[in-house]
Design a protein around this ligand. Structure first.
Ligand code: NAP
Length: 324
């Protein structure tokens, strides 16, 4: 029997799966992540951890948790754990690919539509008593149909967004690292070229050393005047000061962000003062079915490792896995 620590209450049946595999489970009950000292103390005796993006798992922490064999992140991204460092410690790191692309793409498209057609801004105005009459000039925005969407990072989510955009009769361009033929999508060789041609830009790259601040002053300057920027990837991909400047100077028309740096974004941040910005609290994958599937997938990864098998969704490969 092994012990699994789960860093937050999760939807679906992950605990049932773990218990019926014979393991004991302890879950952090708080609404906020466990503080670092609590995490360290709880993981010290654990054989496995189910973690979220908000839990930083460092090499130092892994040194302190000699029994820990697997860190199963309930996310497709894993910038909270360095896979190589985990592997050096003999610890598997797993993620949840393939189950959240469609749900995340739905949300990216919802943000795109909401920003273009000023859904949030007009709702706010209506509630504040601003609806006086039908206005021929009120809340005008760009059309989505017939416009050009530039997708940055044509992986699972980027491709799912492309399918939605094609259904809206958009022209779809993509810039990505590895060339990939996707029906209806035109590949462009450079990011600048994509930005100069797109009415909407939607970001779907992971946060890496290469993509950190990929969207800075130069990128926003290269965008079409009046373009709309959508980010459901990671906040660190954007230099937020450069984004604020581009919005203030009206070089771009608006931005819709499901991810920021840091998260949560402090309430005194300049982005909140701009009416043409939508900010949501990292909820692109938050459908009941998808979040349940993600949590159950993490549990299955844990069960595999505790059974002495390779986890189905490994993102690293320890040369000498712990517990063997
Ligand atoms: P994916 O399938 O791995 O796709 C990522 C794409 O980005 C790949 O095509 C990759 O190219 C490309 N890429 C990587 N580095 C690049 C670079 N420097 N320049 C251009 N393209 C680059 O991942 P996904 O499932 O679509 O997810 C993408 C990201 O979305 C995740 O990493 C995560 O951070 C974020 N996400 C956010 C939410 C949310 O709730 N807001 C939910 C899910 C995911 P290669 O083929 O060469 O690797």
């Amino acid at each position: 029997m092994a012990h699994v620590y789960v860093t937050r209450e999760l939807p679906g049946r992950p605990l049932e799966l773990l218990r019926s595999a014979g393991h004991t489970v302890d879950t952090w009950p708080g609404e906020l992540p466990p503080p670092a000292d609590v995490l360290r103390e709880r993981l010290r005796d654990a054989d496995a951890a189910i973690t979220l993006l908000t839990d930083r798992i460092t090499g130092e922490l892994l040194d302190d948790c000699p029994n820990l064999r697997v860190v199963a992140n309930v996310a497709v991204g894993y910038d909270n754990v360095d896979p190589a460092v985990a592997a050096e410690h003999g610890v598997w790191l797993t993620n949840t690919p393939g189950v959240l692309a469609e749900t995340t793409a739905d949300f990216a498209f919802a943000l795109l539509l909401a920003a273009a057609r000023r859904v949030v801004e007009s709702d706010r105005d209506t509630r504040a008593g601003g609806w006086k009459t039908w206005s021929p000039t009120g809340f005008l925005g760009p059309d989505v149909h017939g416009a050009t969407l530039g997708i940055v990072g044509l992986g699972e989510i980027g491709q799912a967004v492309a399918r939605r955009a094609l259904g809206f009769d958009m022209r779809v361009l993509a810039y990505t690292r590895t060339p990939r033929d996707v029906p209806g999508v035109s590949r462009v060789a450079g990011l600048r070229e994509l930005l100069a041609a797109s009415d909407f830009v939607s970001v779907h790259v992971p946060l890496t050393g290469q993509t950190q601040h990929m969207f800075g002053r130069d990128a926003f300057a290269a965008m079409k005047p009046g373009a709309v920027f959508v980010n459901t990837a990671r906040g660190g991909v954007v230099d937020q000061e450069a984004l604020v400047a581009a919005l203030r100077e009206r070089r771009i028309a608006g931005a819709a962000l499901d991810v920021t740096d840091p998260e949560p974004l402090p309430l005194d941040h300049a982005l909140y003062t701009l009416p043409n910005v939508i900010i949501t609290p990292h909820i692109a994958s938050a459908s009941v079915a998808t979040r349940s599937r993600m949590a159950e997938m993490a549990a299955r990864n844990v069960i595999a490792v505790l059974d002495g098998k390779e986890p189905p969704n490994a993102v690293n490969r320890p040369a000498e896995p712990r517990g063997r």
